[in-house]
Design a protein around this ligand. Sequence first.
Ligand code: G3I
Length: 452
Amino acid sequence: MKNRLFKFLLGILTVTSTLLVACGDDDSDDGAELSAPEIGTPTEITQNSFFIDWPFVEGAEAYLIDVATDDEFNDLLTSYDALRNGFSEITVTGLEASTTYFVRVQAVLRDVVSDYSNVVSVTTLSEGGNSGSDTFLKNAADFPVGMAVRSNRLTGQHEQILLDEYDQITSEYEMKMNIMYPSEGNFDFTSADATVDWAIDNGLEVHGHALIWHNATPSWVENFSGTDEEFEDMIEDYIKTVVTRYKGKVKSWDVVNEAFEDNTGALRNSVFRQRMGDDYIEKCYNWVREADSEVLIFYNDYSMVIDAVKRRAAINLMKDFIDRGVPVDGFGFQMHISYDFPGKDLIASTAKEVTDLGLLLHFSELDVRANPNNDLVALTNQRALDQQIKVREVVEVYNAIPEESKFALTIWGMRDDETWLVDFWGHPDWPLLYDSDFNTKKAHTGFLEGLD
Ligand code: G3I
C-alpha cells in the first residue's frame, strides 16, 4: 500500500510540474519526445477487474488507456477507449467473468502522444471466484481428470473430492514393485487391491503406476542371486502376475518408468538393463500384452518438456516400437513443473511430438511448484495467481491436443501439505489445487479456465 501511495504522490508531483512547465512555455512541448509506456504483469485479477501499472514516462502529463476484447483493439470497451488517466496505474473494472481482455497505453503531453505500449492480456476469473469453485473438474473437462491417491486417503473429504471431481486415479506409490513384491515369491497386493477395489466400486478408472522403475525396485531384486535367465523369468512372472490380477480393472499401465538418463538420453543402467539386456523395455511391453490384450501400455518420464535430448531418446524408442510392431499405446509426460517454467509454447510443441506419433498423451503427474527458488515462507496472492496462470496454460495445451490423443490429465496429489515435493526439496511449497483444509485454490480455478 505504501508503494501505491508513493506512486500516487509522485504522480501528483509529476503532473503538477509538467503543467507548470507547459503553462510557462507554450512551445515547451514542441518536439517533445515521449517514450512508450511499458505495462507490467497484471495483478489483483478478479471476475470483473484487474490492476495494471507502468513506470512513469518522463514528461507525460497523463496516459491514454485502451481495453478491448480482441488483440487488434477493434472491439474497444466504451469506458476504455483512449481513457485519459492521470497516473501510471489503474484498476480496470466493469468486466465480464472468464473473459480475456487486451490492454495498451500511450503517454501524452498536450498534443504529443507516444507510441503504444506493449499489449498485455488478462483473463478474468470464472464465476467461481479466485478461491473455491462451484464447478467440478470432471464435469468441465472433455477428457478424464486424474488424481494420485493413497489407500489410506480414500475416505472423508479425500473421497468426497475424488467422487465429485475426478474420473481416474493413479496410486502414488502402492502399485510399484517394492510394495507389491516385497520379497522373493511373496506378493503383497493389500494396498493395491484396496485402491483398485475402491475405484471399481465408485466407477473411477485406474491407471497402473508403475511396474518397472529403478527407484521402486525391491532390494531383493537389486541383489538377485540367480542367473540372468532366472532374473528375466522372475520379471516376466511378476509382470504377468500383476497384469493378470488387475485385468479388466486397471485400464492402463506405466510399464516402464523413467528409463533414460537426464541430459544424455542414455538408457539408465538399471538392474533390468544389466540383467535382461538393452531390449528389456520391449520384453516387458510384450509380456504385458501377452497377459492382457486390451490394457493400454504407456511409457512415462519426467522433464520430457525441458530435456530435449532425453525426450528425443524416448520418442525415438517409441517410434522404433511402433515401426516394429512392439505393443505401445501411450506416453506420459509427468509435468512436475514450476509456476514460471516451462513456457506454454514449449509444452505445446513437445506434446505435439507425441500426438504426431499417434500415441495417447498423458500429463501424468502434474504439480506446479510455487516456491522453486525457496523465496517464500507462505503462498502469496501474487504467486498463487502466477500458479493459476501456469495451470491454466497446461490445461489449455492439453485441451487443445487432438481428441484421439487424449488419455487423461492427472494431478500428483490432493492437498498442498500432501505433496512429495516438500520432502524432496526440503523447503515449503504449495504445488497442488487444494489447500491443507481441502479448499480449492486459484490453481483449481486456473484448471477450469484452461477448459474454457
Ligand atoms: O506411508 C508410509 C509410512 O507408513 C511409512 O512409515 C514410511 C516410511 O517407510 O513410508 C511411507 O510411504 C512412503 C510414501 O511415499 C508415502 O509418503 C514411501 O516410503 C515412499 O517411497 C513414497 O514415495 C513416493 C515415491 O514416488 C516413491 O514411490 C512418493 O509418495 C511419490 O510421490 C513418488 O512419485 C514419483 C512417481 O512415482 C514417478 N515420478 C516421480 C514421482 C516423484 O518422485
